[in-house]
Design a protein around this ligand. Structure first.
Ligand code: NAP
Length: 482
């Protein structure tokens, strides 16, 4: 067994795979600090009706632990959460997790990371892995009177399951992937549903068949079949989608745009509603929403679309800009997340006086999304400016963990103890990234959570293959080893 100790922050999808791969590589001193009382990250937090992943399930699975039992091509969130729990159990990762330990600070003392949690628990390790997720902190809208509402009000990621919605008038603010899934699912379950839409979204039609018992048996008895199925999904997803969005002029982007337009034209009958739902920017400029049931929901008589601005929230509902009141019993805020709050609010510092707060004062940056100059032995999974746009974040995390293991192996074989990237490597990467981003569809004239304060997409602007290639072998000249 290798002696080094690792602390992993977060027991979500990325933290779990980090622990599995570290164990596999022969490390036994691994501690996972998890702020909540159970694992699962985003799939633990998001339990709203209709929650699912828009990456096909056979693709949104660990490459080493395919699951023959996925119920649907795009399986529901609860199944995904169970999958992570089962994998953590099978690989005995759950034994490594310390629950209810929210990391409040991490300080590198020159040799080790000293980590503190909200309970006063102290721990230390040579290596610190931040697996704290991308969309983690809810973004609450700054709407006048929001605290006055006397009905139930909650963010989509804080769903209140105690309320029986059947006889209630429900409002949903936000028409991103989350709002669309909620509206699609709730439309048949509530008395009335009002979607408050600030900006319409293009909707890519989703075909989501169930896997039959025969399919599942086939996958179980013949894992090669399952592997082939995964590879097929990967090719379709990557070539038709992931690689399209990074080239706004690509023929695949045209196909996406035409498919979305055709979906709107053929699914919405009421001409007035159709115009209200028609975006005025290119498909996939915002994160593309995929749904096979949203337009159907919008056609239902108990579902209303309000696209006049919101003036204020009052005790009994939402007042629109024209002073019309929409009375509501429940208001759901599907208003997204603080996409740039990587690691924060924890304090991350070093004995040399560096702090993440000041390093990321303008915006978060990391060399190849994994390492940060001036922060030795700190590794981020699904960190800033990485491939968050329409890739399977599981693939991303797996490649990143392998990359980190290669860096550590290089340290060990050369007698070094510390590694961090050079400032020049980060700056060079950022310059190339900003340049490449100009070709993406994300900068073709919309507002989205992909865009940073400068309007530059905080995302990987190249095809996935390039990410795979740069992760396959670190460029050791980009690092300082000591
Ligand atoms: P989002 O894409 O950021 O959408 C937030 C929505 O809230 C937008 O429609 C936004 O309008 C609206 N909004 C925000 N503040 C508002 C305000 N003050 N007044 C009125 N409207 C306001 O958030 P999300 O839907 O939670 O999705 C975030 C990401 O999570 C997705 O892009 C995706 O990456 C991931 N996700 C994936 C899935 C899936 O796999 N299917 C499901 C859910 C989430 P504007 O457009 O005008 O800003």
């Amino acid at each position: 067994m290798k002696p080094h100790k690792f602390i992993i922050i977060g027991a979500g999808m990325a933290g779990i795979v980090a622990a599995i791969k570290l164990k596999e590589a022969g490390f036994e001193h691994i501690e996972i600090l998890e702020k909540a009382d159970s694992l699962g990250g985003t799939w633990r937090e998001n339990t709203y009706p209709g929650v699912a992943c828009d990456v096909p399930s056979h693709l949104y699975s660990y490459s080493f632990e395919l699951n023959p039992n996925w119920s649907h091509v795009f399986s529901p969130g609860s199944e995904i959460l169970n999958y992570f729990k089962e994998v953590a159990k099978k690989y005995q990762v759950d034994d490594l997790i310390k629950y209810n330990q929210e990391v409040t600070s991490a300080h590198f003392n020159g040799n080790e990371w000293e980590v503190k949690t909200s309970t006063g628990f102290l721990s230390s390790a040579e290596y610190l892995i931040g697996a704290t997720g991308v969309l983690h902190h809810p973004k609450y809208p700054d709407i006048k009177g929001i605290e006055d509402f006397k009905g139930e009000i909650f963010h989509s990621s804080r769903w209140n399951h105690d309320i029986d919605l059947a006889s209630l008038r429900v409002g949903v603010i936000g028409s991103g992937s989350t709002g669309v899934q909620i509206v699609s699912e709730l439309s048949t379950q509530v008395k009335s549903l009002t979607l408050f839409q600030r900006t319409p979204q293009w909707i890519f039609p989703q075909f989501n068949p169930e896997y039959s018992a025969h399919d599942i048996e086939g996958f179980t008895l013949d894992p090669t079949k399952m592997q082939e199925h995964r590879e097929l999904m990967s090719t379709v997803f990557t070539e038709g989608f992931s690689n399209a969005v990074v080239d706004a002029d690509s023929p695949q982007m045209k196909v996406i745009e035409e498919t979305c337009l055709q979906n709107l034209e053929s699914s919405i009958k009421d001409p007035e509603l159709k115009e209200k739902l028609r975006p005025k920017y290119r498909a996939a400029c915002k994160r593309l929403v995929i749904s096979g049931s949203f337009y159907e929901a919008m056609n239902r008589p108990n579902v209303k679309l309000e696209c006049g601005g919101i003036k204020e929230i009052v005790v009994n509902g939402v007042k629109l800009d024209n002073d019309r009141l929409v009375e509501l019993d429940v208001l759901v805020l599907a208003t997204g997340f603080k996409a740039d709050a990587f690691l924060r609010p924890m304090e991350v510092s070093t004995c040399e006086g560096n702090s993440i707060e000041s390093a990321w004062k303008s915006r978060p940056e990391a060399y190849l999304a994994v390492t940060v100059p001036g922060f030795p032995n700190l590794f981020l999974l699904n960190g800033p400016n990485g491939p968050v746009g329409n890739f399977s974040l599981i693939d991303v995390a797996e490649l990143q963990v392998d990359y980190v293991l290669k860096l550590i192996s290089h340290l060990d074989s050369n007698g070094f103890k510390k590694v961090s990237p050079t400032q020049a490597a980060l700056e060079d990467f950022e310059a190339q990234r900003v340049e490449a981003a100009k070709k993406t569809v994300w900068v073709t004239g919309c507002k989205s959570w992909y865009l940073d304060d400068r309007g530059i997409p905080a995302a990987w602007p190249w095809p996935f293959e390039k990410f795979r290639q740069v992760m396959s072998e670190p460029d050791y000249s980009a690092f300082v080893f000591s």
